[in-house]
Design a protein around this ligand. Sequence first.
Ligand SMILES: O=C(O)CCC(=O)C(=O)O
Ligand SMILES: [Fe+2]
Length: 272
Amino acid sequence: MQDSLFFKIALKIFRRLKARVRPLHLRRRASSAPIFMKPLFEDGICILPWHYVFNKDPEDCRLYLLMKREAEALSTDLSIGPKSKYLSNKYSPGEAITDLGLLSFVHTPEIAFLLFKYFGGNSIMLSADYWKSRYAGECRTGSQNWHTDPEDPLMLKIFVYFADVDESNGATEFIKKTQVGGDCCIRPWHSKRLTGYYLNQELENCKLSHLRDHVISANGREGDIVLINTTDLHRGGFGNRDRCMANYTFVSPHCQFEPRWMKIDSVGSESI
Ligand SMILES: O=C(O)CCC(=O)C(=O)O
Ligand SMILES: [Fe+2]
């Protein structure tokens, strides 16, 4: 009895450790990806103009125009949650995604190709949404503080900008090369440490002081497609004008987080 309990605990610890040190095949993935993705592997970010990806200017592209219309229809009511003070998004957890443009974008051959190359195989979409961020007042709130995203050590966010974005409307800031596998990664393990919570001022001062000149703003033009490895240190900007964009999260098939639109107990909750 005691032996089997011991075995179960040992197995659990072993699985956790394995998840933390699981190989991410960074070199193999980087060497088989197209050259324009090099900054994504090295620095954790790469920004591609719409035209570069889809071979059409955004204003001549039905998909882009549809997405922009959908995004601009987003109400600016503050939503619930930690991001609420500076962000409104369209979908709540457990809610079906119904925007045709938002869904079609991910299923285009071009985006499927980028994802396949980045992940070195298949990936899973964990969330898709439209975001409007706005002037947040005196102090930073929620994701406007430095953090790394916790979902998976192998993950990618895609932003699509529906207007030019710079510091004045809160471009995301990130610290180059701090992503998992990057030259300046400050997470000792793939998961947990420094993920899922915000750095306090003290930690910020001592951990980040030597990385000041690695801080970059994800500035871009309307239609730009931002690929960002948010296992890096990043934070929402602090602008005083609205920013409107699509925000997607992709993870590897090993990820244990449930999709944002999944409803717990929505299927089979009737007893038989
Ligand atoms: O740019 C922002 O507002 C924050 C983005 C962010 O933290 C994320 O998408 O994970
Ligand atoms: Fe984040």
